[in-house]
Design a protein around this ligand. Sequence first.
Ligand SMILES: *[C@@H]1O[C@H](CO)[C@@H](O)[C@H](O)[C@H]1NC(C)=O
Ligand SMILES: [Mn+2]
Length: 633
Amino acid sequence: MIYGRKFRKVLCIGLTLVIAVNLLLAFDAKGTLQNLILGGALKELHSPLSEWDGAVLKRLSRLEVELQHLEESMKLALKQQERVNNTLKRVTDIQKPVRAKLSGPRKRMPHMKLFPDSPLFKQWGEDLSEAQQRKAQDLFQKFGYNVYLSNQLPLNRTIPDTRDSRCLQKTYSSQLPSLSVILIFMDEALSIIQRAITSVINRTPSPLLKEIILVDDFSSNGELKVNLDEKIKIYNQKYPGLLKIIRHAERKGLAQARNTGWKAATADVVAILDAHIEVNAGWAEPILARIQDDRTVIVSPVFDNIHFDTFQVSRYELAVDGFNWELWCRYDPLPQAWFDLRDVTAPVKSPSIMGILAADRLFLGEIGSLDGGMLVYGGENVELSLRVWQCGGKIEVLPCSRIAHLERSHKPYALDLSSALKRNALRVAEVWMDEYKDMVYLAWNVPLQDSGIDYGDISSRVALREKLKCKTFDWYLKNVYPALRPIHNIVGYGTLRNALDDNVCLDQGPVPGNTPIMHLCHGFSPQHVYYHLTGELYVGHLVAETNADDRCLTDPGDGEKPTLEPCSKAAEKGLHLYWDFKPGKAVINRGTRRCLEIKKDPSGGYVLVLQTCTGQVWGIQHTVRNWGRNDSQ
Ligand SMILES: *[C@@H]1O[C@H](CO)[C@@H](O)[C@H](O)[C@H]1NC(C)=O
Ligand SMILES: [Mn+2]
């Protein structure tokens, strides 16, 4: 499968942007790239019927999630590419060794490649014996990164200093606040955690580093028990009292693990990090200085990428942290106001944080630390971000503070992350998003009433919001994140099925491409439609943003086939994008009066056509506020 091999799911941690930028470099034509990735993935979505079974469905759910990420990063990458042309050269330089190896003449393999399809051996491991390959592959399967290599690399290895040279000229007060570093982990390799600890000790000024707190969210691998305790003892012999470890007696999830670390911390400032990181030179001073300056700022360092196979570090471009209406985290372009400052070291105002953050310890407590009701993984960063902004704080990315972060090739534990995120997203929506919460339900294609999804007890979080006298989500949208554009007149959404056969659904069709089709129903976002009271019919994943377009079903006026057009362009050009529709009725174009209908094709499937109405009717999965229900027409 082209997908799983090439791309990794990144939730709020890790950066697809530069992966995409690097790919742009590798295949210079943008079109080729999109074809390769999106086209390839979508071809899978439209695989022949015979393949249609449980396994395919399962893969689809993963594919869908990853696709959306990819789409987002692609958009961002293309946008950012114009802005970063000058800095791209540097990325290329860092990448050179890898790319040279790829294109250069291949060495004769001394050993047979036992796992030619494993991502681990794409760029690494040519000289390994068969026994070594087996060992490395086993560890890779278990952890999702190259533990075999990690175990050989020095714990105190040097990594490239990825800061802009202007960061090196900054000076900081000699009276900075003290720092507690909290490292959260669950089933991490021991050498990875040790390297994180070593980097923190070596690259944080020792008078400022008060403690390192490890939080183990109930790991299952044995080496993290006695062996880790041994290592901690050795560190503490050299640096008395520096390391502490707290172990959960059951799995509590990311948000509660962070809270555990925060509660145990005693320094002025807490930095809450993953344990699969290496902090870079000078990472702490900008954080401490900024928080000393303003205790209500929650700061995010900039991530670089530690490759999961080679452990090489490549530099990621600066971006701000955002999210879409499903509350998936993603990277957004830098704001114009920051460019106007003409200072590459200046903090960047950010709508959200990603997986790592630093904050004034007491301030983080005053605003409610993390929501312990967030389960497993996902959503907790957006929750904290809305709370920080709405309740009187701010979020900034600090360009001079950089942390190299290991992006796994796969998650070692079999979790359906999207169902956890969906549940957590509804929780965020219910507590923080007021009348805009519907957008989250729409984006996830969940019914507004009786969703059947248990987002837990929110009463204490609602009480916190009242106690802190927090601002509305409307304020947040207008003042912090205007890129999100709520829509108020969607009255029907979900899958759209013709009464002739409800096994097939309207589907956006292959991408790239703009021809919708009928396809067996799977209910993932390529089959989501959003019908507006004003007549637009969006097809595909809900975007609803100012700088990106949803796609509208359009009657081109001639021929049989409807098309999908970017809605704002279609409206500008006066295309026929408005439809009359009610549940259980025909879908009729307001301009051409042609009907959206289906026709059996010779192979036994259905094709979607525009034709003189023959009386075919359609049903839509969900309706808003009983739209169309009691309509006798
Ligand atoms: C790492 O530690 C070893 C052994 O203590 C030492 O010899 C080496 O110089 C260190 N390397 C770096 C980059 O600090
Ligand atoms: Mn991580």
